[in-house]
Design a protein around this ligand. Structure first.
Ligand code: AHM
Ligand code: MG
Length: 336
């Protein structure tokens, strides 16, 4: 696919996924339909995020709006949009959202074979200062013939059929894997379409950046502490690594995917399971990392092998370039 071809022969995300699905003769387009509903949610959130500062300025996002009704917070609004879009696709069975304590079981008349786990607006504490935020999602497929239960989603990340995120930054970028590599699409606002801009993303084998909230260092365990020490004071002749930490997972992971390096949210004495949630933060990002040639590790095992026991379970996570995560794994192996 040459750059020149792109200009007149637009590879939209829908066209791309249709092409991919046509390789599976059994495919009936269900996944494409589901994805187009996710894409709709992302476009909505993108436009809402872009208007957020403006809305505040002209008094739309205060306590009440012009109609005198209370204005919904952006994360609550995004959640409602995704839930309605997913249910109306007619292709979902169970939805798990960071915003909702309980899973949502789709009523039989609207049911399909996919379960979607998602964080509709991750990093929302960054909204007010204009820092990039994002939506994260993972998709499982369930076999027909039984009433849906929570067990259908309490599955290891390696069982996901697709995962991705959409980053609302200086541009709106959707990164997707359906299990055959990773591709990135950028929203062309004038067309309202996501266009393939980052085909077949591969993470560099080794990176020059590490990314972690070092404010928690006091409470880290020994392997995490010695890894970060090595980043700053390498024992071999390699130069020290740069530190980059936005505090918005989608942005930190996106940079890691494109530039290489490591992203960590480790366990610490105060939060023995770290902070990030297994189903809709750790799994989708780990899936993308592996598909791009990187690794994802929990401090104990391959992240995608983890079997969650509850919906909002947390896990420590170390993900990024193959060699960098290899170093972390070696430190944890030496410890045990
Ligand atoms: P949230 O789901 O409440 O927005 O929290 C998740 C965010 C991630 O985007 C980010 O990686 C992490 O929290 C940052 O946490 P910290 O501020 O502890 O470094
Ligand atoms: Mg979150």
């Amino acid at each position: 696919y040459s750059v020149d071809a792109h200009r007149t022969d637009l590879m939209t995300i829908t066209r791309f996924v249709l092409n991919e699905q046509s390789k599976h003769p059994e495919s009936r387009g269900d996944f494409t339909i589901l994805l187009s509903h996710i894409v709709l949610g992302c476009k909505f959130v993108c436009s809402a995020v872009n208007k957020a500062g403006l809305a505040k300025l002209i008094g739309l996002a205060g306590e009440t709006n012009v109609q005198g009704e209370e204005q919904k917070k952006l994360d609550v609004l995004s959640n409602e949009v995704f839930i309605k879009a997913l249910i109306s696709s007619g292709r979902t069975r169970i939805l798990v959202s960071e915003e909702d304590e309980e899973a949502i079981f789709v009523e039989p008349s609207k049911r399909g074979k996919y379960c979607v786990v998602f964080d509709p607006l991750d990093g929302s504490s960054n909204i007010d200062c204009g820092v990039s935020i994002g939506t994260i999602f993972g998709i499982y497929m369930v076999k027909d013939g039984h009433e849906p239960t929570i067990e259908d989603v309490l599955q290891p990340g390696k069982n996901m059929v697709a995962a991705g995120y959409c980053m609302y930054g200086s541009s709106c970028t959707l990164v997707l894997s359906t299990g055959t590599g990773v591709n990135g699409f950028t929203l062309d606002p004038s067309l309202g379409e996501f266009i393939l801009t980052h085909p077949d993303i591969k993470i560099p084998k080794k990176g020059k950046i590490y990314s972690v909230n070092e404010g928690n260092a006091k409470n880290w365990d020994a392997p995490t502490a010695s890894y970060v020490e090595q980043c700053k004071f390498p024992k071999d002749s390699s130069p020290p690594k740069s530190l980059r930490y936005i505090g918005s997972m989608v942005a930190d992971v996106h940079r890691t995917l494109l530039y290489g390096g490591s992203f960590l949210y480790p366990a610490d004495k105060k939060s023995p399971n770290g902070k990030l949630r297994v189903l809709y933060e750790v799994f989708p990002m780990s899936f993308l990392m592996e598909q791009a040639g990187g690794q994802a590790f929990t401090g104990k095992q391959r992240a995608l092998d983890l079997v969650p026991t509850k919906l909002h379970e947390r896990s420590p996570i170390f993900l990024g370039s193959y060699d960098d995560i290899g170093e972390i794994k070696a430190l944890y192996a030496a410890e045990s």
